[in-house]
Design a protein around this ligand. Structure first.
Ligand code: URA
Length: 234
């Protein structure tokens, strides 16, 4: 019989706070500590924590939702198909990757196994395939991971935060955030107790799902051009 779960652990409370190092820790120390985070159950089925990447003094912080399958395997954000869309859009908008810090609202990959027969990797045997497909993080999981994001923002001190998609927007700005209404405009928002300049746009994976990919991709680039304009790089 399985041992009963102990109560009172951070996993029960759903918070990363006890794992986040205190004052004086730099991004490398934060990354090392995040690798041991047990602040919610998502770490159990993943390969590793995927922490943010980029220069400590980056001018722009780009916020995604959560790592995908490839990011989980490689341990870096936005290295899969959505990352390729993002890289190209940033380049077209005139945003230098060397001036960017890229991270996610949730640092572990939440997924389910594709049902047999569903898309690539599925079969007709009635069993689950080995293909892992993205599952949206819950508000509780996003809130649990919030202390990591707050610590990253405090250390990077970006001039602008670019929020990619509805889930990242809700994680940062609350459940009333609507990407369709708030995209493409510069905003000033209270984020973890600091006033931040912020711009929201669609998630690059929306380009991959769209029927008219090029039109949706152009919209992403247009929004990012507003961000580049705000930084004076366009
Ligand atoms: N989608 C995200 O939101 N983040 C990643 O790192 C990869 C895909």
């Amino acid at each position: 019989m399985a041992a009963p779960r102990e109560h009172g652990s951070p996993e029960d409370d759903y918070t990363a706070a006890p794992f986040v190092p205190g004052g004086g820790a730099g991004l490398d120390e934060l990354r090392a500590a995040a690798a041991r985070c047990r602040g919610c159950p998502l770490h159990r089925d993943t390969t590793q924590t995927v922490f943010g990447e980029g220069a400590p003094g980056a001018r722009i912080l780009i916020l995604g939702e959560q790592p995908g399958d490839q990011e989980d395997r490689r341990g870096e954000p936005f290295v899969g198909p959505a990352g390729k869309v993002l890289d190209r859009a940033l380049e077209e908008a005139g945003i230098d990757p060397a001036q960017s810090y890229v991270t996610n609202a949730v640092k572990h990959f939440k997924f389910e196994y594709a049902s047999a027969g569903r898309g690539k990797g599925g079969d007709s045997s009635g069993t689950k395939s080995k293909r892992r497909i993205h599952k949206a993080p819950s508000l509780r999981e996003m809130t649990a991971c919030g202390p990591w994001l707050a610590a990253e923002i405090a250390l990077v001190e970006p001039e602008l935060i670019v929020v990619l998609g509805a889930t990242a927007g809700k994680a940062l700005l609350g459940s009333s955030f609507r990407v369709t209404k708030q995209r493409g405009v510069l905003m000033e928002q209270d984020v973890h107790g600091r006033t931040e300049r912020l711009l929201a746009t669609i998630h690059p994976s929306a380009v991959l799902r769209a029927d008219d990919r090029e039109a949706v991709r152009r919209g992403l680039v247009e929004d990012l051009r507003v961000a580049a304009g705000a930084l004076g790089t366009s």
